[in-house]
Each structure stands twice: as C-alpha cells, then as structure tokens.
Ligand binder design. Structure first.
Ligand SMILES: *Cc1c(COP(=O)(O)O)cnc(C)c1O
Length: 379
C-alpha cells in the first residue's frame, strides 16, 4: 500500500544512480567489487569503529554475531522483549533459548535492574546467560552505561541490535560501537537503505575478519573450493554497497532532519492532554528514525487504534509500536523478567510519519487530526 504521507520513505537524491551505474558498468553485481570495501571502510569510520563487514540483512548480521559469540544448542541468551522478532530469531536458529527482559519507561529499552534480576535468576537455576542482546528502539539509545556495568560484573558479552539506530549517539559513542559487537539494518524503510542489507561492526579485528570469512561460505584462500567450517551466504553485494555508500554520505543530514521532525511534533503536540513522547536522557542523541507518541485513553478518551484508522482514511501511514516478544505466541514458553511496561507501550503507542521529505505543513496536517479527535472527546 502506498500512502501520501508514509511512515518512512527512502530518498535517493545523492550519488545512488552514479555509483550503481558504475557497479553495473564494471559488471560487478555480486560479492566482488569496489563498493563493498568502500562502504565498509566509510561505515567503520563514520561510527568510530575499527572494522565493519557489510552483509545482506540485519537479521543475518545478528545471526553471524551470535555464531561468533559461540552461542549454540542449550545456551541461554538474554534479549530485550520490546523489539522486532529479528532480535531474537537467530537465538532460536542456533538452538539456544531467548530469555526476555522488560523495558524501562524513559528510553523504552532494556531495564538495567531487570537485566540483573534475570542474570541472577538464571545463574541460580544453573546456567549463566551466554550473551545479552540490547536494542536501541526507534533510534533511542538504551542505558548502555548501566547495562555494560552489569554485563561486566558477570562477564557476559553485549551485542547491540542497532538496526534502527544508525547515527544515534550515547555519551559521544555511536550506537553499535559501544558493546562487543553491533548490528545495523539497511532494509527498505530504515534511516539509510540498500534495498536489503545490514552490517556488523566491532573494534575486534579478529571477529570481523572471521565474519567476512563465514559470510562468504567459509571459503579457504585456495584455487579450488576447500572448506574447514560451515559458512553462510550472507555478504552484501556490490550493487547494494554502491547504493549504501551514497546513502551513508547523506546520513548526517538525515539524522538532523529526523531530529527536526521529532522536535516539531513535540512543539505541535505540546499541551495536548494524554500525549507523551519517548524521552531522550542526558547524554543520548537519538537519530529519531521514527517519531513515536503514547496516547493515554484514561486522560483523553482516544486510543492508538482509533487514531490509526483515522490516519488511514486520510492517506497517512502510522503503525503500532513493536508487540513485545514475550507476548508473541511463538515465544510464549520462554522465560520473561519484568512487568507490563513494554505491554503498555504497545497498547498505547503509535509511530507517526517520519520521512525526511515531510514538511512542516505535512506535520501540521497530521497533528490536526489528533486535535480534531481530542476536541470531540474532551469538548
Ligand atoms: C529492521 C530490524 C532488524 C532486522 O533487520 P533486517 O535488515 O530487516 O533483517 C532487526 N532488529 C530490529 C530492531 C529492526 O528494527
């Protein structure tokens, strides 16, 4: 479905055509070509990380990262519950078990206190978690200082799912470059896109070299195909990398634009009863990939679903926040630590149009529909 005011629409006004033409003219569309190393080097440089490997999706990047962390059958991995299923699915691919942890109210990301409760409880039951998957949802950095302190105390590596947080910062460090490894997604509606794509970054040169090897079918450097390990076909292709390089050149401008869009929503919705926002704590700098609001029906008598339907009728695309994974039928038997924070966020939240092409007038139009509803219910 195509909307006049889409949630997050890609823009290709930079060097995308120039670079992709160059890739086509060179005949390099697969996993050989100039744009793959160029994209990897620029991404690593931009994120102040030593190394990056470009992959064919965020999900494959998460899967590879978990392979590199040695996660296997019978292991337990702690994962933020309030996220997209791709944060946890690779845990299951590897025969391990996800242990879900609830969010905290400010950032909507993993609650550090509940994380420690979960670690202690699992250790008590005889198994120390093998890794922690934190997420920076909608671009908002999680409370990484607290999380890393707890992870360090129990010596558990932290994998950052920064799929939505390309360009977000936390106390001067880029999201994805804070934990042991970080993952980005360049899927169609993310802040930068390669059609489908992802990346894995780390300061650990060995891990990234190993990821490059495993992502290209674990092929030995010999004149014939020789395999010592089971690999994957997870590498990004040169055509995608060409588009990615052009998109990356525009990332800083787009982060500024999405932050401006979020600021405008805050100003336009200021004083509206029962409408609140995701909080950006001191030291955090969100890319505001999506601008999101919470609607409190007890205060204003309207619900997120009512608004969603009104927006739909007016050609405006909105979306619910992620349904917590511990509430997903497919994960119903997995352990969960927490209360109802993520559940309430899901029940009350709505993602608003956040494309960089959005004008102030477009945003005023979006807000006018909320205002009309509030007038109806509150008079
Ligand atoms: C988009 C997304 C992913 C998956 O990335 P793909 O490139 O679509 O495989 C993983 N985690 C989160 C939080 C995401 O939003």
């Amino acid at each position: 479905m195509s909307f006049k005011y889409p949630l997050s629409f890609p823009v290709f006004e930079g060097n995308e055509k120039k670079y992709s033409n160059k890739a086509i003219e060179a005949g390099h569309l697969a996993t050989y070509g100039e744009f793959i190393p160029k994209f990897e080097r620029k991404l690593a440089r931009e994120m102040h990380s030593h190394q990056a490997v470009a992959l064919n999706s965020g999900t494959s990047a998460l899967h590879l990262a978990m392979v590199l962390l040695g996660i296997g059958p019978g292991d337990e991995v702690i994962c933020q519950s309030f996220t997209f299923c791709a944060s946890a699915n690779p845990i299951v691919y590897l025969g391990a078990k996800p242990i879900f942890v609830d969010s905290e109210k400010d950032t909507w990301n993993m609650c550090p206190e509940l994380l420690e409760d979960a670690i202690l409880s699992r250790i008590d039951q005889g198994k120390k978690p093998k890794a922690i998957v934190t997420v920076h949802l909608f671009g908002m950095p999680a409370k990484m200082n607290e999380i890393l302190e707890i992870a360090g105390k129990y010596q558990i590596p932290v994998l950052e799912d920064a799929a939505e947080a390309v360009g977000s910062k936390y106390f001067g460090k880029f999201c994805g470059a804070i934990g042991k490894m970080g993952v980005y997604s360049f899927n169609g509606n993310k802040i930068i896109t390669t059609g489908g794509g992802g990346a894995l970054i780390s300061d650990d040169v060995y891990l990234i070299e190993k990821a490059k090897y495993l992502s290209t079918q674990a092929r030995e450097d010999l004149p014939y195909y020789h395999h010592l390990e089971i690999g994957f076909n997870y590498k990004m292709n040169n055509l995608a990398a060409a588009i990615g390089l052009a998109q990356l050149e525009q990332l800083n401008a787009w982060v500024k634009k999405r932050r401006l869009i979020n600021q405008r929503y805050r100003e336009l919705l200021d004083g509206f009863p029962g409408i609140t926002f995701q909080e950006e704590p001191e030291g955090s700098y969100s890319n505001y990939w999506l601008s999101t609001i919470l609607i409190d029906p007890d205060t204003n008598g309207i619900s997120n679903d009512k608004l969603r339907v009104i927006f739909l009728k007016n050609d405006i695309e909105t979306r619910f926040l992620w349904k917590p994974l511990h509430l997903q039928p497919v994960f119903k038997d997995m352990p969960y630590y927490g209360g109802n924070v993520s559940e309430c966020l899901f029940k009350n939240g709505l993602c608003l149009p956040s494309s960089v092409t959005l004008t102030l007038d477009d945003q005023k139009l979006v807000v006018s529909h909320i205002e009309k509803e509030l007038i109806k219910t509150l008079g």
